[in-house]
Design a protein around this ligand. Structure first.
Ligand code: FAD
Length: 309
């Protein structure tokens, strides 16, 4: 988003991306983009109408069930929702395709950054190469290599651990899973744990399992298998546990970390941060990607208001 905004303004920019290629990994679940942040950012870059073609209509439907699978709430999707849902991969492709390809250098994992005087910084890459910057913007997520230039703050574990699971669209188990989920997002919740699932645009099933566990658990229980996660959901209905055990891929464990709220730092010439690098927060706010997009686009800060529709 930021590279697009700078490029449109005629400012030369290079994105050093650690992943080896645009298709190196699936980008994860759906995002709902908010009117006054994520959507506003797309307007700024002239990408809003292209975004609308990627929106998953009705995907904002919500089904809430208890651990036995008893439906507590079944709210249909609203085609006119103010916060439409989009696949992360589709959104990233949209932003990438708006850039001349040479702007993004893939496989350029930053190993360290240090001041080089007069606001310049030396960025050293894992492949042994290095560049010197005139303005360095750390948009490198939770474990930013740029952040230590500005603050000693470190993300702290929030006590909740997410585990990401996936069922391929052509897997015969995807259809029964889709029936359990309904047309939008399924939330099966109980104190201290939950299962959140939805269908991706390609028909595959994406599930987040959330469990509250202390930090020591992370050290002893990981890596974890789907069968071991299922044990944590003993007594839950078979159809909900199937969302855990029926995945084809190895579970991806994502402990939830956050930076201290209202974190600030003294200005450092020639370096700044945006997105999770600046304000990593719990995903339960549903704001992290929206904020990162708003900052990247240069959209003036504003607060999301409830939809009038
Ligand atoms: C389970 C979960 C659900 C979420 N749901 C939502 C939601 O519904 N709505 C919402 O708005 N937000 C949500 N978020 C938050 C959202 O995903 C993040 O806030 C958002 O991705 C931040 O974007 P970013 O560009 O700052 O960082 P990232 O998305 O982490 O991107 C950082 C980029 O930098 C690259 N990188 C990292 N380190 C290096 C390095 N050393 N060298 C080179 N490149 C590097 C990475 O490969 C990546 O491409 C969720 C988060 C989680 C974990």
């Amino acid at each position: 988003m930021l590279a697009g905004a700078l490029h449109r303004s005629g400012i030369g920019v290079v994105v050093y991306e650690g992943e080896p290629s645009p298709d190196a990994r699936a980008q994860g679940g759906l995002l709902d983009l908010h009117e006054h942040s994520g959507q506003q950012a797309l307007h700024t870059l002239g990408l809003y109408h292209a975004f609308l073609t990627l929106v998953r209509p009705g995907e904002d439907a919500k089904r809430v069930v208890d651990r036995h699978g008893t439906v507590l709430l079944d709210r249909p999707g609203n085609a006119a929702t103010a916060s439409p849902e989009v696949d992360r991969g589709d959104l990233r492709r949209l932003l990438l395709n708006a850039l001349p390809p040479e702007i993004v250098q893939w496989g350029r994992k930053v190993a360290s950054v240090q001041g080089a005087g007069r606001g310049r910084h030396t960025v050293a890459f894992a492949d042994g190469s290095a560049v010197e910057t005139t303005l360095l913007i750390g948009a490198d997520g939770a474990w930013s290599r740029v952040r230590p230039l500005l603050t000693d703050a470190q993300p702290a574990y929030t006590g909740t651990c997410f585990v990401e699971l996936h069922v391929d669209a052509d897997d015969p188990r995807a259809a029964p899973a889709a029936a359990v989920i309904g047309s939008g997002t399924l939330m099966a919740v109980a104190p201290g744990q939950g299962i959140l699932a939805h269908r991706n645009a390609d028909g595959s099933i994406h599930t987040y399992v959330a469990v509250n566990r202390p930090e020591e658990w992370l050290a002893t229980a990981l890596p974890i298998t789907a069968a071991q996660i299922e044990v944590l959901f003993d007594g839950w209905s078979r159809s909900l546990r199937a969302l855990i055990t029926d995945g084809e891929k190895v579970p991806v464990v994502r402990p939830v970390y956050a930076l201290p709220p209202l974190l600030t730092w003294p200005r450092v010439k020639g370096a700044t941060l945006l997105g999770d690098a600046a304000h990593l927060m719990s995903p339960f706010a549903g704001e992290g990607a929206n904020l990162a997009m708003r900052e990247g686009s240069g959209t003036r800060a504003c607060v999301d208001r409830p939809s009038r529709r």
